[in-house]
Design a protein around this ligand. Structure first.
Ligand code: DP6
Length: 366
């Protein structure tokens, strides 16, 4: 059963609206078992699990004041780092319009959004998960400001996750600390296709401090968007097998995460990353997002693991950049490996040291 958050009664008495501002910082996340394929209103074809990152995040400030001339559209000005970005603003306004069944009062307000990403705009790191989760959290805080608090924090986060999903599927996992599962799966009784859940408490201590070095192979905008890639899964020759495989792999990876089995973790994580890209190659039309330096880094990581026995592995998003994952206990040797052998494959030697993080943080109370 999907929750029904639509609330036609959440309309404000326009004489009493005062202006204000709410702000959240929300992180990006890295899927270990990938969401790839969707249907309906942003519902996943298979369940996924992710690590919530720490360093890569978006900070979003949502300001409001009463609207001078009421309308049926969304009245929004949008800025990134203080610069107007009308094309982006239009997309955000469109998204806000799609959630007016939940937040009908948005049409009564003049809204302004100012947003900042901790990672460079042109880093090739997807910002939709952090951006959409930060915005969803702001919207839920705004609603609480006007209409009172949710029963408890978990109800608040669940709703924020639901709203974030409507903006970008993977964003629904970013509202939780450390590890989150999105999509119904028998091993997680509370799991749902409609929102993510927090599964961190079941994860072995050594995985809570997992490190993620993001090796920037290319910062160029990717030629095929994730949304287009999801679409191609609808006619994909391997679709059914893939969706079943993701379910099975989630169960296996969950065993590894609970027991602290890094070897199993590395094997499944790498298989998943390669499968994602194999699915792209076998789409119609087939396409390749990895680049020669992505392959060079994969070979380097595997050789380093074989040589040292340190459980370092890689994952990839829908792009050429390599997410290197490793235990915090081996940070010294792995950092030397990155410096000495990996950065030469990175664009302008760029990489980002990230890790599993605590999840979103409110930056002010409205
Ligand atoms: C490969 O969440 O960006 O990163 O729902 O269309 O916004 P939309 O797609 P998006 O897809 C993410 C795909 C992925 C895997 C994952 O994060 O699970």
């Amino acid at each position: 059963m999907q929750p029904d958050y639509s609330n036609p009664h959440h309309i404000l008495d326009s004489r009493t609206i005062t202006e204000g501002n709410v702000a959240w910082r929300s992180p990006s996340n890295l899927a270990l078992i990938k969401y790839w394929g969707k249907y309906g209103r942003q519902l996943p074809r298979n369940p996924s699990i992710s690590i919530t990152l720490d360093t890569c995040h978006t900070e979003t400030h949502l300001g409001w004041q009463p609207r001078t001339s009421p309308g049926t559209d969304i009245d929004l000005t949008f800025q990134m780092d203080g610069m107007a970005l009308p094309a982006f603003g239009e997309r955000v306004a469109k998204f806000l319009d799609t959630v007016t069944d939940v937040f009908p009062f948005l049409r009564q307000l003049q809204l302004s959004i100012n947003t900042h990403n901790s990672f460079p705009h042109s880093s090739g790191i997807a910002s939709s998960a952090s951006a959409m989760s930060a915005l969803a959290l702001c919207l839920c805080s705004l609603e609480e400001h006007f209409f009172g608090k949710e029963d408890d924090e978990s109800a608040f986060l669940r709703k924020a996750s639901y709203i974030a999903r409507l903006g970008s599927g993977s964003a629904c996992r970013s509202v939780y600390p450390f590890y989150s599962v999105w999509g119904a799966h028998g091993d997680f009784p509370d799991s749902s296709d409609a929102y993510g859940i927090d599964v961190s408490s079941g994860v072995h201590a050594s995985f809570r401090t997992i490190q993620n070095a993001i090796l920037i192979v290319s910062s160029e905008k990717k030629p095929i968007s994730s949304t287009a890639g999801h679409g191609m899964m609808e006619q994909h020759p391997y679709a059914d097998v893939r969706f079943a495989q993701a379910r099975l792999r989630l169960a296996q990876l969950w065993q590894a995460l609970q027991s602290g089995d890094w070897d199993m973790f590395c094997a499944i994580t790498e298989d998943e990353a390669l499968t994602l890209h194999a699915l792209m190659m076998a789409s119609r039309p087939g396409y390749i997002l990895m680049q020669p330096n992505s392959l060079a880094l994969i070979a380097k990581i595997r050789a380093f693991r074989a040589e040292t026995g340190i459980p370092v592995c890689f994952s990839l998003d829908a792009g050429p950049n390599i997410h290197m994952l490793y235990p915090a206990a081996h940070a010294d040797r792995v950092l030397a490996f990155i410096r000495d052998e990996c950065v030469i494959y990175c664009e302008d030697n760029r990489w980002i040291a990230d890790r599993a993080g605590e999840g979103p943080m409110p930056l002010n109370e409205p």
